[in-house]
Write a protein that binds this ligand. Sequence first.
Ligand code: ZN
Ligand code: FE
Ligand code: FE
Ligand code: ZN
Length: 283
Amino acid sequence: MSIKSLHDCQLTRYSLPMALPADYHMHTPLCRHAKGEPVEYAARALELGLPEIGFSDHSPVEHDDQDDWRMLAGELAQYVTKVEHAREIHPALPIRLGLEVDFIPGHESWIKEMARRHDWDYFIGSVHYISGKWDFDNPKRLAEWAEHDVDEVWADYFTRLTTAAASGLFQIIGHPDLPKKFGHRPKRDPTSLHMDFLAACESTNTCIELNTAGLRKDCAEIYPNFEFLKLAKSSNVQITFGSDAHSISEVGMNLKDATTLAREAGYEQCCRFNRLEKDVVKF
Ligand code: ZN
Ligand code: FE
Ligand code: FE
Ligand code: ZN
């Protein structure tokens, strides 16, 4: 055997192409901080060989004037049309219709109202707001971290995230350790926060998302971290994958790394959704 073919053989053996998972977290220009249309994201997904994608743009909230980084309530139908257009142009690619819904306690009836309006495949419940009206992951609000105790932020975040998971309003919980985004790590051991949250996920059969956007932020790691993910596995909490793409070039980004991390944590399967029906597939 020549050196070259021996080398090829080892390559085949050690870098068996793992199937890419579905990318379930993608945005559209309607949220006013993402670029590229769903039809263009879909073309990129086909180029990458993604088996399935899902759009999950920032949902409207009850009051349109809450912030400037989401679609307005009156734009929801336009969002659905954009996703349907991508489906028409790229029939070879399964394209799911989702939303990244902000979980704000007291706004549950608004979330149920949105759920009734269209044929959604899934909702990702995300917590970006804590302590009243502070969107702690917004770069424009970064200075406000100085006014907060970091451990209190983490505790408040998980109280809200656990309520979101327990509500049963969401198929998936998004980026479940988002407060690390700018590098604010908890000083207290967060294990009990993780356990309470994961118990709520298990009781409502809610998945968590492996979100690769963290690799592109100061924290430089996937959401959630490895310890948290191992705990999720031992709590029987299922997973999905998402790039959180806000541009065409971010579609599918680092999903290979996310599957590697998931496998190291013991996962072999992830979830897909079709009209809120869950399907479990190998990755
Ligand atoms: Zn966004
Ligand atoms: Fe988010
Ligand atoms: Fe997102
Ligand atoms: Zn997100």
